[in-house]
Design a protein around this ligand. Structure first.
Ligand SMILES: Nc1ncnc2c1ncn2[C@@H]1O[C@H](COP(=O)(O)OP(=O)(O)O)[C@@H](O)[C@H]1O
Ligand SMILES: C[C@@](O)(CCOP(=O)(O)O)CC(=O)O
Ligand SMILES: [Mg+2]
Length: 387
């Protein structure tokens, strides 16, 4: 029997980094997915190993379950029904298991994802042999939340075959989880994100789990009912970066300049609140769509300025900002910054010709542009078939 799960990536419309320090953020799911399938071998397969296949990278990792038992003896006897954090001792044992796999030097950043996998798998299924296959439409380490989508899809697939969750396996095609199940998936995914990010806010895993457009502050989410169609151009600068290092950099700056940074975080909080009010304001309100879009553009520019204050912009991001500004379009980085992706609001009345021109100019700089549906469904599951 096989289960397949998909979890979306996300864009952050306002509030990245500041959300780690308690400010409000606004984010939406993006229609690009990470897929995880899980299969347990039958006795006739005679397979006693745990396998992780990363299809896009053409990599396969494999551990004899006895080796996992030896490294993590604390698992197996009592599987954890509630999400728990990885202790320093378990992290060391997991690091040894990952090191044995000799991840190619050029892909060493995958070690964090593989560690999160070993933690989530061992907590939920102990020493059971299995094959887990992962593939993703999301660029890794680009600010679109690939780490969270990976942790959400993994947690959901593992829980789908656990005693903690009971799902109707006769459903055809993709189907959603119940509220209680989503909460459990989200909490386990957050534990995985902690291994990859160090100090995540929980925003990314929450958007990937629940989908939609959400407002998020200190672990609490509010689903937003959008009264306008939001069209965003996503530009990937293709400059690689690592969320853990960028989040740590902002924290260090906060320690050096606590008063100034607290004002920056407060300003971001106000921007996110105003942005969510605009998104939700009824269409019949005094503000026309154009006026709403102009306000949003201004808020995005202000948020970008504050992200520069936090030290997370990058020359490549500034090039995207300058290029889109030539067409009077507002942009901001999305995710951790330092490279990665930039969002540009595409107003409703903007002509297709202008959009094509901006995309052509951005792509001539070596960047990659995409437009994807935003605010769609969160994590979904599919049994048996190959949807
Ligand atoms: N499909 C995947 N397979 C394995 N690891 C993954 C996958 N997606 C994400 N990861 C892990 O997450 C890391 C990227 O996370 P991060 O730096 O937070 O960037 P982002 O979440 O914006 O893509 C990767 O280096 C890897 O460790
Ligand atoms: C910078 C931050 O706000 C978002 C990071 O997103 P991403 O990993 O770059 O996709 C960190 C967080 O909220 O945990
Ligand atoms: Mg991430």
């Amino acid at each position: 029997m096989e289960v397949r799960v998909r979890a979306p990536g996300k864009i952050i419309l306002a509030g990245e980094h500041a959300v780690v320090h308690g400010s409000t953020a606004v984010a939406a799911s993006v229609g690009l997915y990470t897929y995880v399938s899980l299969r347990f071998p039958t006795p006739s397969d005679n397979d006693d190993s745990l396998k992780l296949q990363l299809k896009d990278m053409a990599l396969e990792f494999s551990w004899p379950v006895d080796r996992i038992k030896e490294a993590l003896p604390e698992f197996g006897s009592s599987l954890s029904p509630t999400p728990t954090s990885c202790s320093i001792k378990s992290m060391k044992s997991i690091a040894a298991l990952v090191e044995e796999q000799n991840i190619p030097e050029a892909k060493v950043e995958l070690a964090a994802g593989v560690s999160a996998f070993l933690w989530l798998y061992s907590c939920i299924h102990g020493f059971k042999p299995a094959t887990v296959v992962v593939n993703s439409e999301l660029p890794l380490g680009s600010g679109l939340g690939s780490s969270a989508a990976f942790c959400v899809a993994l947690s959901a697939a593992l829980l789908a075959f656990s005693d903690s969750v009971s799902l109707d396996m006769s459903q055809q095609g993709w189907s959603g989880f119940g509220e209680g199940e989503l909460e459990l998936v989200n909490k386990w995914a957050f534990e995985g994100e902690k291994i990859i990010h160090g100090k995540p806010s929980g925003l990314d895993n929450t958007v990937s789990t629940y989908g939609n457009i959400i407002k998020f502050k200190s672990g609490a989410l509010t689903r937003l009912k959008s009264n306008m169609t939001l069209k965003m151009l996503i530009t990937n600068t293709k400059v690689g970066r690592n969320t853990k290092a960028l989040v740590a950099g902002v924290s260090e700056r906060t320690i050096r300049h606590p008063d100034a940074m607290s004002l920056v975080f407060n300003a971001v909080d106000s921007i996110s609140k105003e942005l969510s009010a605009i998104i939700q304001s009824p269409a019949s309100d005094d503000l026309s769509i154009t006026e709403k879009e102009e306000k949003m553009e201004e808020l995005m520019e202000m948020n970008q300025g504050l992200l520069q204050c936090m030290g997370v912009s990058h020359a490549s991001i500034e090039t995207v900002l300058r290029t889109t500004l030539k067409y009077k379009l507002a942009s901001k980085l999305t995710g951790a910054g330092g490279g990665g992706c930039v969002l540009t609001l595409l107003p409703t009345l903007l002509s297709g010709t202008v959009v094509n021109k901006v995309i052509a100019e951005l792509e001539s700089c070596g960047f990659q542009c995409l437009t994807a549906a935003i605010g769609g469904k969160g994590v979904e599951v599919c049994f048996g078939g190959s949807s």
